[in-house]
Design a protein around this ligand. Structure first.
Ligand code: 2M8
Length: 440
């Protein structure tokens, strides 16, 4: 499929998934708004329609909790996803959760400042109404995104080092990555876990592309623990069975603090808050660099409950390339590993983009969700951050190769790295959105 057809196909996917106030993450599997999906969707919408992109941000922020957390799901009126509002019961047990819209009670990676950057830039490139809309969105969103970053800095830095922790694998966005296997192994679902029925399995081509039932029991048990402490962020961190310093999330936190600080300078926001964002960014960037494995040089997660590093290699190992901070020599070395034969340069890959797990690793499962497939949205994120960090060649290569991967026009959630077959949900909004950004 050529670029023009691909761009129209991508716009068509976003229009098809648009309920009017939200573009759902996908038509059947994910009929709601997911926090980080929404940010990438805004990046795509900004190229098509600044006002529509701005409304997407407003919908997301309508679900923001009173304490600043942006929840990982803002629910639509659809009933096709489990766990839905009845299971989460956030507004029933937590005073910070909005009564409407219904939301989940955990968060996802903070990439929303990147979306705001994209909408503001798109508005400023145009004139009149678009520019005014973007400037007023900046004014409206900035304090809210500041509150979101502050929530993470306040509640999710259990070690006090700037390493941002997740309390559920879903918060990382990489649900069943082998990064979380050891931490999940220690989660014992209680005998009183209320029964449930999954709704995801009949919505993908092959059940083997989704997490297992044993994994789902743990996902649901962690939610049950949180519900029982009323989703109070300090209690969740103090008592939950799962607490891992997530190096990928931390890098995105640092990056977003910087981007938000820049937007704040342009938009005349309070100097003290801008300075605070820069302090958080510096601290978390340093925390990311401190996680590097002395042998492989790759960044690692830290299991706070077990008190140990998680050395399972995954795409998150390249987190320093997202937030910067490496010296030129170290950066060149890390890029060489990423582009080398264990990762993007692996001879069996159909396209040279980062797989979520190295094909050389014993953990690699080529069609299983976050255990090996290539995710166009992750490629976009690396490409965007690399351009920002001056790694132009790799950024351009990743863009070109991902566009080759998605040229089948299915806009799949993820792709089989060894065959290029589309996997998971088709017509996945964030895939379409990042393609649009690249083609405009
Ligand atoms: C996937 O996660 C959800 C749970 O949040 C699921 O499997 O039901 C992940 O890929 C996540 O990163 C993504 O935001 C979400 C919606 O696309 O789906």
């Amino acid at each position: 499929m050529g670029s023009v057809a691909l761009a129209s196909g991508a716009a068509w996917v976003l229009a098809g998934n648009d309920t009017g106030t939200m573009v759902t993450a996908s038509p059947r599997l994910y009929p709601h708004m997911w926090s980080w999906d929404a940010a990438f969707i805004m990046v795509g919408l900004a190229q098509l329609d600044v006002d529509r992109a701005a409304r997407e941000m407003e919908t997301l922020l309508s679900g923001q909790w009173a304490d600043g957390m942006i929840p990982h799901i803002v629910f639509s009126e659809e009933n096709g996803y489990f766990p839905g509002p009845d299971r989460w019961q956030t507004a029933v047990v937590c005073e910070h959760a909005p009564a409407r819209p219904h939301t989940s009670g955990i968060c996802q990676p903070p990439v929303h400042a990147i979306a705001l950057r994209k909408i503001v830039d798109a508005g400023r490139r145009r004139s009149g109404a678009d520019r005014r809309r973007a400037e007023s969105l900046l004014h409206y969103s900035w304090p809210r995104l500041f509150a979101w970053q502050r929530w993470l800095a306040t509640y999710r830095d259990p070690l006090g080092t700037g390493l941002i922790a997740v309390t559920h694998g879903w918060e990382s966005g990489m649900d069943n990555s082998p990064r979380w296997d050891s931490a999940y192994a220690a989660v014992q679902p209680g005998a009183d876990l209320p029964p449930y029925v999954r709704k995801d399995l009949d919505k993908v081509g092959d059940e083997g592309e989704r997490p297992t039932d044993a994994e789902y029991d743990r996902y649901l048990w962690l939610i049950e623990e949180m519900r029982r402490v009323g989703y109070r962020p300090d209690e969740v961190v103090r008592t939950g069975s799962f607490l891992v310093g997530d190096v990928f999330m931390t890098a995105l936190f640092a990056l977003s603090c910087e981007v938000l600080a820049e937007l704040g300078e342009e938009g005349g926001q309070p100097e003290e808050q801008i300075a605070q964002l820069r302090r958080w960014a510096a601290r978390s960037r340093a925390a990311v660099l401190d996680t590097r494995d002395p042998v492989t040089g790759l960044a690692r997660d830290y299991d706070v409950r077990a008190g140990q590093w998680v050395s399972t290699p995954s795409i998150a190992g390249f987190a320093p390339l997202l937030c910067g901070g490496l010296d030129p020599q170290q950066q060149a070395e890390m890029l060489a590993v990423l582009e080398g034969p264990d990762w993007m340069g692996h001879p069996d890959l159909v396209v040279a983009t980062p797989p979520t797990v190295s094909p050389s690793s014993p953990h690699f499962m080529p069609k299983q969700y976050w255990r090996g497939p290539q995710w166009p949205v992750i490629s976009w994120l690396f490409s965007w951050a690399m351009r920002r960090g001056g790694m132009y060649d790799t950024a351009a290569d990743i863009r070109a190769e991902t566009l080759r991967l998605v040229s089948d026009g299915t806009f799949a959630e993820y792709y089989h790295p060894l065959t290029g077959a589309p996997l998971g949900s088709l017509s996945q909004s964030w895939t379409a959105a990042v393609v649009l950004d690249w083609l405009y």
